[in-house]
Design a protein around this ligand. Sequence first.
Ligand code: ATP
Ligand code: ATP
Ligand code: MG
Ligand code: MG
Lengths: 151, 151, 165, 165
Amino acid sequence: IIRKFKEAFEAINDSFKETFPAFFQGGYGELQLTDEDNLLETGVDIIVQPPGKRLQHLSLLSGGEKALSGIALMFAILKVKPSPFYVLDEIDAALDDANVMRFGDYLQKYGTDSQFLVITHRQGTMEASETLYGVTMAEEGVSKTVSVKLI
Amino acid sequence: IIRKFKEAFEAINDSFKETFPAFFQGGYGELQLTDEDNLLETGVDIIVQPPGKRLQHLSLLSGGEKALSGIALMFAILKVKPSPFYVLDEIDAALDDANVMRFGDYLQKYGTDSQFLVITHRQGTMEASETLYGVTMAEEGVSKTVSVKLI
Amino acid sequence: MYLKSLELQGFKSFADKTKIELGGGIAAVVGPNGSGKSNIVEAIQWVLGEQSAKSLRGHKMQDVIFNGTKKRKPLGMAEISIVLDNSDHALDLDFEEIKVTRRLYRSGEGEYLINGKNVRLKDIHRLFADSGIGNDGYAVIGQGRISEILESRSEDRRSIVEETA
Amino acid sequence: MYLKSLELQGFKSFADKTKIELGGGIAAVVGPNGSGKSNIVEAIQWVLGEQSAKSLRGHKMQDVIFNGTKKRKPLGMAEISIVLDNSDHALDLDFEEIKVTRRLYRSGEGEYLINGKNVRLKDIHRLFADSGIGNDGYAVIGQGRISEILESRSEDRRSIVEETA
Ligand SMILES: Nc1ncnc2c1ncn2[C@@H]1O[C@H](COP(=O)(O)OP(=O)(O)OP(=O)(O)O)[C@@H](O)[C@H]1O
Ligand SMILES: Nc1ncnc2c1ncn2[C@@H]1O[C@H](COP(=O)(O)OP(=O)(O)OP(=O)(O)O)[C@@H](O)[C@H]1O
Ligand SMILES: [Mg+2]
Ligand SMILES: [Mg+2]
């Protein structure tokens, strides 16, 4: 059990060290164990440092930087142990347009291994998708769906 | 004191009953006192009902509906007692494009009585503004500003 | 393994029977505020075995049953069905296709079916437990939750590693 | 009464002295994620007398002082000045123009000035108290906070009415 935890931790950590700079175009991100000698109970800390910036509390990051770090971590885990499908509700809401494009590129990169269902209001994310499902309430209070295949 | 509270409450309530349907293109919103007989300690409840939908817990509203209700309440208060200036950080993040346009219209309507400084990533909000300030980090980790007057 | 289709009936704003056919790959769900997009996400969470009404923005589980509009009466039951392609046998069941159904009545009584056979809620949990899909993983990320992973406490974050191990 | 200008120096990511001249009307602040937009909002909160480091995303108040980059050393002081046009005398001071300055040193020592005269933090609170601008009102709405007003408890919401009364 402990060995499995250690292996999973190392794997996600190595993966996150790659995905973080990919999304931030530089910088550094890693996971750290709060108690290396007690793998049964240790907590997991997240250390992120956007390019050029100094290490500081996660709380001081911007709204978009926090969202992008969460996205980088999600793709890091995906590389280690892909879930068959992902359902993501507006995880791009806080991103600026450039970061939305990067997110869209990653979706396409991993869209072959896993299935993605993403809720979004952002143009860039829609453009990265193969199918669009529209949800509307033509009758007030009652939802209906319509699907449009893009390519 | 009690009379002042009562007057302020009635004024904001009447105002909110107008701003809510303006933003939601219908529906109903109001404030309610939790304890009408104890104005010194009463709490204030918010009741909202988007058009056509039945009254239900605020928690069941969508992300955008919650944001829009908050915006409607803010403008309701503004009508009763305008603050000289408002500083709003990405309050349009959860809105769909149509609601962003409505928010932009209201900004212009009240932009004559109060000064607004709005942080945004949304096109519609930028278009409703008279001046744009760009914030960048040409040198990593160090912010600079640039201003562009729109009209 | 992938989601082939999702059927909603009487679940939140989906009063009428609605079927969403999914291909593999990347699908985007779009629409105005309040139209029902997050309700679709919660429908998937729910049919995968979600037990907390609060995680579905409700106070009690019956809050997921369509509660009517100005023109329509409330319904007495909510039902979600999900059909999964299991040709790679990622799910430990000897079927090429697996249909999971969950129902809830106003009384609070629930029903759970796997390929038409009545099962208990924990059988649904067990089915998805090792596949990485379960709700305690990170595969379903609800609205406003992407930053939470950074803001959570160190002790809670260890579950990310445990889930992957 | 309106904001004429805002000057930042050593405050969070604004290492170099930066002056923002504001007209009346509607101004939008735009830029990439992490560029410093919310830091500007927090600079305004801070110079209006914010006392909670947590409300400014910090753990201690010194977290607002520029803490360096790969190429630059940390600074020893943060300073924000705000200039207000007071020709309508919305602020209870006999000046047409009011400049409020707040400084913080690494030691934790702070300085507060109104039109160049040293004052205490509570004088700053008093100045803004009845104008509707103060931070406990709703005039400064931070990132992610617009939904909070709906999700807060009834007892907390009464302050909205009290502020307006
Ligand atoms: N039990 C129910 N019966 C009927 N309608 C419901 C029920 N529960 C929630 N709703 C309605 O569903 C709507 C919310 O839908 P949802 O959260 O899916 O919107 P959304 O498309 O995600 O919007 P946004 O873009 O703002 O996030 C609300 O208007 C709410 O009133
Ligand atoms: N004391 C400090 N010294 C130097 N940099 C700091 C300090 N405090 C915060 N920062 C930096 O400021 C940046 C955050 O800026 P801010 O929150 O204003 O971004 P933003 O433009 O609002 O972005 P978003 O669009 O993502 O909300 C972070 O990268 C953080 O590292
Ligand atoms: Mg939603
Ligand atoms: Mg910000």
